[in-house]
Design a protein around this ligand. Sequence first.
Ligand code: ATP
Ligand code: MG
Length: 193
Amino acid sequence: MFYGKRDGPGVAIKIYRIRTANFTTMSSYITGDRRFSRVKKSRKELVFAWTRKEFSNLARAQEAGIPVPEPLVWDRNILIMSYLVEDEIPCQQLKNADIDDPAGIYATIMKYIDLLYHKAEPVHGGLSEFNILYGEKPYLIDKGQSVTRDHPSAYQFLMRDIRNINRFLKNRCDVRNDVEIFNAVTGLDTAEP
Ligand SMILES: Nc1ncnc2c1ncn2[C@@H]1O[C@H](COP(=O)(O)OP(=O)(O)OP(=O)(O)O)[C@@H](O)[C@H]1O
Ligand SMILES: [Mg+2]
């Protein structure tokens, strides 16, 4: 990850390494996503598709009104997006941020999960205190692994996202039961998805 700035707001430049990319993990998120059914199975092609997927997932989230870095341009394995900064201070990972209103943050993240599911790429797939940056509000980042609803593991990923947020915030504020949240978001009525 690099930071670039000339005049105006800075940009974050994310470059996926081709040689060291985790081919198996990436494949498991791309297989089953109909947008990428034609992707060839070479490592390079997969990484390029992954970059395109992260760009498109950010754009969809932004359209749904979820705070994310603004995706600006992609080319091969390079993604350029706006750099998240507030009052000239780079936004911190939620993990390291000063959390003054955990209940408010929890409610906001739960709203993002619901908005994603109903209005954007339904499931983030890698939601955790590492992939949320915190400024005045939480921002979702690292959306390469987000999956569509028809992905075979979509529900499993959604449940994992919910559990990660509950785990991180449960000692700081009251959290709701994870299965109850899952059912409220999906409209399903499962006992243990
Ligand atoms: N748009 C951004 N603005 C400011 N900082 C950012 C931005 N995007 C990423 N970062 C910083 O870079 C770190 C790594 O970014 P990100 O989570 O997207 O990559 P990663 O975890 O290395 O990627 P992956 O897990 O997909 O390999 C973030 O935790 C954050 O600190
Ligand atoms: Mg990350």
